[in-house]
Each structure stands twice: as C-alpha cells, then as structure tokens.
Design a binder for this molecule. Sequence first.
Ligand code: ATP
Length: 366
Amino acid sequence: MIVDLQNLTKVFPSRNKKEKEMVTAVSDFTFTIPDGKLVGLLGPSGCGKSTTLYMICGLQKPSSGKIFFGDNDVTQLPPESRGVGLVFQNYALYPHMTVKQNIMFPLQNLKGADKLDKDEMLKRTVEVARIVQIDDLLERKPNELSGGQQQRVAIARALVKMPRVLLLDEPLSNLDARLRLQTREEIRRIQRETGITTVFVTHDQEEAMSISDMIVVMKKGVVQQTGHPQDVYNSPENLFVAKFLGTPPINVFDATVRSGKVYIGDEAVIDVPDVPDQEVIVGIRPEGFIVRPEGRFHCALNGVEVMGRDVSLVMNHPAMNVPVIRAIIDADVTVDPEATEVGFDIKRNKIFLFEKETEARIFFEV
Ligand code: ATP
C-alpha cells in the first residue's frame, strides 16, 4: 500500500488563554511512502513525529492537506475504517487475558461483513503469533512475559487484523538497551516477512538508521530531508541534519573560506576553488580524520580512548563549536597518548560546509 501525504499541516489552538499563539505541530508535510517499505520518522522531542503518525492513522485530523492510501483519499475517514495497525510506546495489554486472548481481541470486535468465525480467528491468531515468535506463549498472562515478549504481543495484536499500514510510535522506548537492539531487528524481520508498509517513529537516530528503508528527518514540524539513511548521512542538506545523524556526532567548527581555501583558525584544511569567500560553519565526521603529523589541520590532544575495534582521539581546538572533538582512527595507527597535538589531513567526502546564516549546505567538488 502506497501512502501519499500531501501538504499535511496540523495547527493546535493554544492551551493557554494568555498566549494567543497557535502551535504548528506539523507544517506542509509532503512525502510518499513506497509500498511495502519501512519509513523512519525521526527528529528531536516535539518536532511533530507523533502528530504526523496520528494523522496517518486518523486519531488527529489535519488542519489542511490530504492523505491517500493507494488511490483512496482517507483524510476524513475514522481510524477504524483505514485498516491501520498501531503500536504505542505504552502498549497496554489486558492483564487478565492470556496472550492468545489479547491478540484475538481486535478480531472479536469486527462487525458485519468483516466478522470472522471462531476457527478463523484462532487460525489468524496462531499465524501472527508464529510471525512474532511467541506461539509457544499463547496461554500465558502478560505478567508472565518479559518486556520484549510483551512488545511482540502488542505487535501481533496490531498485525492480526491484517492492516494495510502498520504504525509504530516509539515502540522500543520501554525496553533496555540489549532488548531494544534485538526487538528492532525483530521488527525489521516481521516487516519484511509481512511486506506491510510501515511507519516507525523514533527520536533515536541509530535506531531509525539501522532498520529503515527511508528516513524522514523533522525539525519543528518541518521536514528537513528524506532519503535512504546512508545517503542522508553521507550528504546532509543542512547543519541540523548533519548534527542529528551519527554517533559520535559530527565535529563542528567556525571557519572562513578565503581564496578557495577553508581556514579553521589559521590552517587551510582543504581547497574549495569553486566556493566564494565567506564565513562558514564546517562539519567534519569523526571518521574523516587521517592522522598525518605534517597534515593540514592540528588539534590539541586530550586523550586516546580504545574501545574494542575503534580508537577514538578526544581533542579540542579554539574554533570548535562543540564541547569536544572526536576522531575515530584506524586501530593500526599509533598515536602517542602523551602527545599534546595531533596533525591530520581531512577526507574531502567527510567534511561539509554550511552557510553561516541559513545553515544550508554549501556544495563543492569532492
Ligand atoms: P516526542 O518525541 O516528545 O513525542 P514529537 O516529535 O512526537 O515529540 P508531537 O507530539 O507531534 O512531537 O508534538 C509536536 C508539537 O505539537 C509539540 O510542540 C507539542 O507540544 C504540540 N502538541 C501536540 N499535541 C498537542 C495538542 N493536543 N494540543 C496542543 N499542542 C500539541
């Protein structure tokens, strides 16, 4: 099912009588979710992710704009007529019901032509339980399950009505780190196996990047960039997107372009013959540093951290715009931890320039 979002805007009236201002939670959101894909809606708290999801499922009506499922305009349809499955962060299971009864519950409420007989309900319940791999737990009560197993019951409950679109709102937030990792891979597998078009809301960029076919990065209700996660990481269109994606985060500096060279402090770190003279903001990904004592850029060394495969240099520089600079270097390159300074050359495809005022990307030949 293709989901087409056209110019969606949601404005909430102010709750505070003194403040007349309205809250624009989502502004002119246009995006087509391809059939059978998993799309991650990503952005910091309050950027409008949940509101977008609720408009897709019908819990919120857009102030303007349209939503199509395939050729059908569903903008005015109530949630129960849209054929969506929704999993919330707080997936309340019915504590007095078994897993089987919990999953089957939505089917028992089907009316009219959709009504199913008991055998069919059971068949579907067992089938989705198998997909989420809890078919051996059907007779248990929720309090006899782990957090991850409970989450799978919630997903099974959303899947059992065979939704056309599956919507997941921060479904992993209540799980511990290990279980999060495991469950997100599960969600990916389930999504692939069922082929249901899925929207996944999260503020965790790593989570979104690891399981999504496409991501939509939002800021203050406005879409900043959409695309394949790796493409967005490799080519952010503005400073916000560059800073939001990546762990450790991108290193940011105040800099100047003069006579075709980018100066950080008084060092010309790369040549950009096609960029006019101006003040800029520079972002360098942690993996963009090549250790070279006679290199074009030098930072003061604070420490060397060895974490498994990675060697991380923790540094500072007078022009930095972040609390600390982190460079991830090859484990076979030796850096003296006692050194006060480290020299680098910078990989051209790992350094980005942004306009000082608008923070939009300034492109140059790589
Ligand atoms: P989070 O990650 O914290 O859940 P979010 O990105 O999902 O955030 P939304 O919940 O969509 O953000 O909220 C977007 C904006 O709209 C916020 O500023 C929020 O305060 C505001 N908002 C959301 N719901 C309402 C409402 N019912 N009335 C007024 N303002 C609202």
